[in-house]
Design a binder for this molecule. Sequence first.
Ligand code: BES
Ligand code: MN
Ligand code: ZN
Length: 498
Amino acid sequence: MDFEIITASPAEIETECLIIGVGADAEFTPTADAIDTASSGYIRALIDAGDFSGKNGESQLLRSLPGVAAKRVILLGLGKAGERSLPKQQTLITSTTGVITKLGVSSAVFALDCTSSDDDDIYRDTRHITMWSSAALYSYDATKSKKADPIKLEHIHILTQEEQVEVAEGALLDGVAIANGVSSARELGNLPGNICTPLYLAEHAQNLASEFESISVEVLDENQMTELGMGALMAVGKGSAVPPRLLVLKYNGADESEKPHALVGKGITFDTGGISLKPGAEMDEMKFDMCGAASVLGTIEAIAEMALPINLVVLVAAAENMPSDRATKPGDVVTTLSGQTVEILNTDAEGRLVLCDALTYVERFEPQSVIDVATLTGACIIALGNQATGLMSNNQELADKILDAGQYAGDRAWQLPLWDEYQQQLDSNFADIANIGGRPAGTITAACFLSRFAKKFAWAHLDIAGVAWNSGKAKGATGRCVPLLCQYLLDIAEEKES
Ligand code: BES
Ligand code: MN
Ligand code: ZN
């Protein structure tokens, strides 16, 4: 798909499909006004006749409007000015992109006019339109014998004012990069557990390193991890015929001497629960238990594509959690890389076990900040549902940056407390710490466990169990929280420059 910023007078744009917006109460955007005038009041007549109200989500396809060069015009209802929101805008762009791909047109122009001429607003609107329309083009067919028909749509153009071209072009490049990161994350998430193994993730990381000169990768195997003393990560991988891996990716975009920011992803390529076996219903969805890994890999890809002037380290703790005669048993005690011992009371609480060793390993990079991303607890779905990522942190300044980034990117997180009082739920009679803290506040006690391994840096934990994939008919990975993470790093890059 080719995305491009264009400037033109709306009625003269030769395209197969021009997309314009009208607010409720006949609130015309400048482009809608121009099209209405060129077509001698066609749109106003439509509204007067009660055929279009402009309420949010309404859409109407108009063909061969008199005086308008575009072959088709899609009229989109933007709703009342005071009631617009990012999630509504996202739904609008996503569904409109679906409509134009179904129409089978080869080109389309989004002319949704930013509500202001402020550079920041232009950037944000253009980036979101690019990002959401590009992301809406993703479809999965990797393991289907019949491939989806290639879509006919080749050009998506975004109409901009002359003075705003430069800002809009930057926004478009960022939007495409983030959308590519989201699509890569979705693809990795959707691939089944028999294909997407720890070894497959390692290969994916190596492919990123060959594609981008700014990315390098090192893969630690089971012998190296045993040698290092990663007893917790190894305990999770032990039951499987496929060995675990620790992927270490480095993106170099700033001076070598500059300390990196770090992302750590949970890469359980299938979570059976291990000896603490999960119930059978919907167990297939545990192939998505590597979506944290997918999102940090999608993020480094997007960051490299945007060539951000920062340094970034991405760790992926990859393992398959299986029951077998070699598997870890409830009650087993292991020694982590940090030296702390853990009583594994439930082998299904495996995410924190692979992450804790990765968190200790990341210390060696002296990171400015560390964010781990994991489909960590079912309890997070109970707490926040499928809307918000759960955020817990040992540093409020970092937490605030993440909350802001999620808000900006339309990929929101919500903070939960990480008070000391919760820590006692992890007391063990046989080790320094237990790997489960009982039913109350399951999301928080999981983060408490991780916090014991994150004492040496500013750290935040993102529990994406509720947002990483959709269940039911639309089953599939969402690519969250690539947009949030990219925005967090874009903000850091911008902060550096100013
Ligand atoms: N991967 C799961 C968490 C999960 C469950 C994500 C359902 C999405 C949907 C994780 O490894 C797990 O099994 N967590 C346990 C922890 C418990 C044993 C303390 C859980 O949430 O039940
Ligand atoms: Mn589990
Ligand atoms: Zn898991």
